[in-house]
Design a protein around this ligand. Structure first.
Ligand code: SF4
Ligand code: MG
Length: 338
């Protein structure tokens, strides 16, 4: 089947005093209707940048999409007008963020905020928008929606604010919901409730979800497919079973090793201590040190001379046509055509 959205060779660069930094460096992936695709990797790997690029929200200047395409519904979102992009955003593709307090407007009621996109995109009048806002609050599990609809964000708990964000994002029935670390600011119980909610809403509405996370537990629970990013590239992708069950890239293996019950023995012989997964502090410094070759080589227990010379292409893994890893360990396999 045709993918709902197809990203090809996407590059994003930021102008800095030291020159241009490539923060997305040839990203390729697809989102299919109704699926959950998880994007994983450490802070600074390009996950959020990928989401912002899909919505044309890269801060510009200093950033810009320097090449590639984002095909969606017969259009290339890289080249459509900003006016057209505003129609797509919030309507066909919407987004929820990590900390709802910074994305909700403190001086507007919950109902006005949910209603805003309905008035804008669906042309509802104020009364109809309010009625639909109450319905949405009910769908996201907010008790007493008739009362809550007139409250302000500060009157709600963190978990309820995230539910309001989800209600806003889904009000126009988008094809794709992008969720960037949607539960990071919430406690564990509320996190689980929000994931349950997203799964239920996805089942009811058939919305595809692009879930950005650094939490492999969330991946195991939510994802149909996974793409792993490192230093602005996709370094592994496949179904959740393929990637978690048989990780092909040493970096993915390191991420999974943080989840004891999913630890794979395939890499047991390696010196795992060298795969340290402390968050990289910002992306730009690591970008400058990349040079040629595999960006993971300084942390990789398997690095060979070739790894310093050539960037590894995506090789097909043996276990499935959908599973690929960009690592020279798999050089005997076919390359995956981009
Ligand atoms: Fe390690 Fe080389 Fe594979 Fe990079 S290409 S992950 S350095 S083995
Ligand atoms: Mg981020």
């Amino acid at each position: 089947t045709q993918p709902l959205l197809q990203v090809k060779d996407l590059r994003v660069e930021f102008k800095t005093r030291r020159g241009n930094a490539l923060v997305l460096n040839g990203v390729d992936f697809e989102i299919h209707g109704g699926e959950t695709l998880c994007v994983v990797g450490e802070s600074g790997c390009g996950k959020s940048m990928t989401a912002l690029a899909l919505l044309r929200l890269i801060p510009s200047p200093p950033g810009r999409i320097s090449s590639g395409s984002i095909l969606f519904g017969g259009e290339d979102l890289v080249t459509v007008s900003l006016e057209r992009m505003r129609e797509v955003r919030g309507n066909r593709i919407s987004m929820i963020f990590q900390e709802p307090m910074t994305s909700l407007n403190p001086v507007l009621t919950v109902g006005d905020q949910i209603g805003e996109s309905l008035r804008l995109h669906a042309g509802l009048d104020a009364g109809a928008a309010r009625a639909r806002a109450i319905e949405m609050l009910q769908q996201v599990g907010i008790p007493a929606p008739e009362r809550r609809v007139d409250e302000y964000p500060h009157q709600l708990s963190g978990g309820m604010r995230q539910r309001v964000m989800i209600a806003m994002a889904l009000a126009c029935r988008p094809d794709i919901l992008i969720a960037d670390e949607p539960t990071t600011a919430l406690d564990v119980t509320v996190q689980a409730q929000i994931f349950d909610l997203l799964r239920d809403l996805q089942r009811d509405k058939g919305t595809a979800i692009l879930l950005i996370t650094h939490d492999m537990g969330a991946v195991a629970e939510m994802a149909d497919r996974v793409m792993v990013m490192y230093a602005g590239r996709v370094i592994e992708q496949g179904t959740t079973a393929e990637v978690l069950g048989n990780p092909g890239h040493p970096y993915t293996h390191g991420l999974i090793a943080c989840l004891p019950e999913l630890g794979s023995s395939a890499f047991a012989a390696a010196d795992n201590d060298r795969i340290e997964l402390a968050e990289i502090d910002g992306m730009v410094p690591s970008i400058w040190e990349l040079g040629s070759g595999c960006a993971f080589r300084e942390r990789c227990p398997y690095a060979k001379p070739r790894c310093a010379e050539e960037v590894p292409p995506m090789f097909a893994m043996e276990d499935g046509a959908t599973h690929g890893a960009a690592c020279w360990l798999h050089a005997q396999q076919e390359e995956v055509a981009a």
